[in-house]
Design a protein around this ligand. Structure first.
Ligand SMILES: Nc1nc2c(c(=O)[nH]1)N[C@H]1C(S)=C(S)[C@@H](COP(=O)(O)O)O[C@H]1N2
Ligand SMILES: [Mo]
Length: 175
């Protein structure tokens, strides 16, 4: 009996492996976002820490892929502005004009990556609607979305800068 179940387990191993690689392509669910680069000190915000910042609702946002396909309809995200997460960490600024050369890189656990500029986040209406979100329509995000996602609600196509499984914000000072 014992050896039969061992044999069964061995036979099932390839199927278990396949199921895992299916999941791998959505990345490991993010549980925290780390802010690094041109900051006074790198800081990691887990769900509880991010919820300490001023929460707001996005209002209805459609998620539209670059292809034009609508993949999310009128969803309301709850989160905090990305610039408030950056401010809570502290930008390392070398003088009055330094912020203007900063690029803000947002990464997910699967390697998906998008960029913003400091000016876009702090000096345009787009920045007002860039949220690090933990809730959609009053419910926690799904494992596929991760515990935290990024959404840029004022983009023409909102799909590209809808970053599931957000895990890293890197501030890059361009030379
Ligand atoms: N982490 C991560 N986020 C991602 C992607 C991805 O591959 N990885 N795909 C993007 C694309 S192409 C679109 S259109 C939107 C919405 O796609 P979804 O239906 O896969 O969530 O999510 C974006 N966010
Ligand atoms: Mo897309």
């Amino acid at each position: 009996m014992k050896s039969r179940s061992l044999l069964l387990a061995l036979l099932l191993l390839p199927a278990i492996g396949l199921a895992q690689s299916d999941h791998a392509d959505v990345g490991t669910p993010s549980h925290a976002v780390r802010v690094s680069g041109a900051v006074t000190a790198p800081r990691e915000f887990d769900l509880a820490a991010i919820k300490q910042l001023a929460g707001r609702d996005s209002g209805p946002v459609d998620v539209v892929c670059a292809s034009g396909a609508t993949v999310g309809k009128a969803d309301n995200y709850r989160g905090v502005r990305l610039r408030e997460v950056i401010d809570a960490t502290g930008l390392a600024l070398e003088g009055h004009k330094d912020a203007r050369r900063m690029v803000v890189v947002a990464r997910a656990t699967d390697g998906y990556l998008v960029t913003f500029s400091w000016n876009e986040l702090y000096n345009t209406p787009i920045g007002d609607e860039v949220l690090v979100a933990w809730e959609k329509d009053g419910a926690a995000l799904t494992p596929r979305e991760g515990q935290l996602l990024l959404i840029s609600g004022k983009d023409i196509k909102t799909g590209p800068r809808h970053v599931r499984q957000l895990s890293e914000i890197e501030i890059v000072r361009m030379k």
